[in-house]
Write a protein that binds this ligand. Structure first.
Ligand code: OSB
Ligand code: MG
Length: 370
């Protein structure tokens, strides 16, 4: 593969509804859209899931731009490769961290690779499913009543599991009242690292509610305290923030820090590592599901493709575009029917990126040539 041109664009989309987690409220979405072009003018697309502020992890839109512009784009323009796996394994490995920046350009190269070989991205990754089950992540609201009402709407739209964001004080009573309203739905909670082991009793109290799992209750970089907590809880712990690689997962399983892993392509440095992490978890009987980062349609398309791999046995967070955006930048938008998304079979990510809409939401862009 020969990449002739890379275009970075900084886009800003308004979220239809503010989204609150234990680390803050998002009102809109700033992100970097990456386009790579080959000699024939064919384009591959991906987005970085780094946010404007370093709240979920340490990366930001600005740090990603720097890493892409000064390190990753020069590598991609200089080196010819046969397969996108080579990028992460041969060329990015010596650069520490910056997983989301690496994933953004690697994902665009994966899309281009699939298009060059006339394969859907799902097929290029070895995906096996034609449809995937979809869940929904519901942010912290002003009241429990409002949360119960929103859950009802999502269930009537067909979503197959509900994830509620929790934080100290918005947890046991919330889950108790939601369970009274919906005794049997597949339900889980995500704390985004809002607790410490001092909160052990409050967390163990959640064992009474038949949750599928509790996601990342403790520190973003911890696997040791999570092991203590998992030993005290019946409910499965799922790790999100703490896992950046197969190596991290190996250590977490060795310690008993979790029973489920959330795979986010951006958090692990791209599709190559995401697929390896999937394979590792499959070999170790650890179910996985695909997390979300409030992506535009481009990131959603990548999530949908990786979720077609066989060990993605739990519903993910990649919901319909219409829950987030008045207008998505892909055509068609991502739709959910009976709680499922149909995996596209056309080449690459399988959705058209609308240049007209991309231009409308771009606030800055720059082109790099080999
Ligand atoms: O922890 O999974 C998370 C959104 C932003 C940052 C972190 C997370 C989330 C979500 C929303 O849970 C998932 C989505 O709807 O895209
Ligand atoms: Mg999470």
């Amino acid at each position: 593969m020969k990449i002739k041109q890379v275009i970075l664009r900084h886009l800003k989309l308004d979220l239809l509804h503010p989204f609150t987690t234990s680390f803050g409220t998002e009102y809109d979405k700033d992100f970097i859209l990456v386009e790579v072009k080959n000699e024939d003018g064919l384009s591959g697309w991906a987005e970085s899931v780094a946010m404007l502020d370093p709240l979920y992890n340490e990366e930001t839109v600005k740090t990603n731009w720097h890493i892409l512009e000064d390190y990753l784009i020069p590598i991609v323009l200089k080196n010819e490769i046969q397969h996108p796996d080579e990028l992460f394994e041969k060329f990015f490995a010596h650069l520490r961290g910056n997983y989301m920046a690496k994933a953004a350009i690697e994902g665009a190269v994966w899309d281009l690779y699939a298009k060059e070989h006339n394969l859907s991205l799902s097929a290029a990754l070895g995906g096996e499913r034609s449809k995937i089950d979809v869940g929904v992540s519901i942010g912290i609201k002003d009241s429990i009543e409002e949360t119960v009402e929103t859950i009802g709407e999502r269930l009537s739209e067909g979503y197959k599991r509900v994830k509620l964001k929790i934080r100290p004080g918005w947890d046991v009573e919330l889950i108790d009242r939601v369970r009274q309203a919906y005794p049997d739905i597949p339900l889980m909670a995500d704390a985004n690292s809002a607790y410490t082991l001092d909160d052990m009793d409050r967390l163990v109290a959640l064992d009474d509610y038949n949750l599928m799992m509790i996601e990342q209750p403790l520190a973003h970089n911890d696997i040791i305290d999570h092991a203590d907590l998992q030993a005290r809880m019946k409910t499965a712990i799922c790790l999100d923030e703490s896992i950046h690689s197969v190596e991290d997962a190996r250590k977490a399983l060795k310690l008993g820090s979790c029973k489920i892993i959330n795979i986010k392509i951006g958090r692990v440095g791209g599709l190559t590592e995401a697929r390896k992490l999937h394979d590792f978890c499959q070999a170790n009987d650890i179910p996985v599901w695909c997390g979300g980062m409030l992506e535009s349609g481009v990131g959603r398309a990548h999530n949908i493709a990786i979720t077609s791999l066989p060990n993605f046995t739990l519903p993910g967070d990649t919901a319909a575009s219409s829950l987030y955006w008045a207008e998505d930048i892909i055509e068609p938008a991502v739709t959910v029917e009976n709680g499922m998304i149909t995996i596209p079979t056309t080449p690459g990510i399988g959705y058209e990126v609308s240049l007209e809409k991309v231009n409308k939401y771009t606030i800055y862009s720059r082109t790099y040539r080999g």
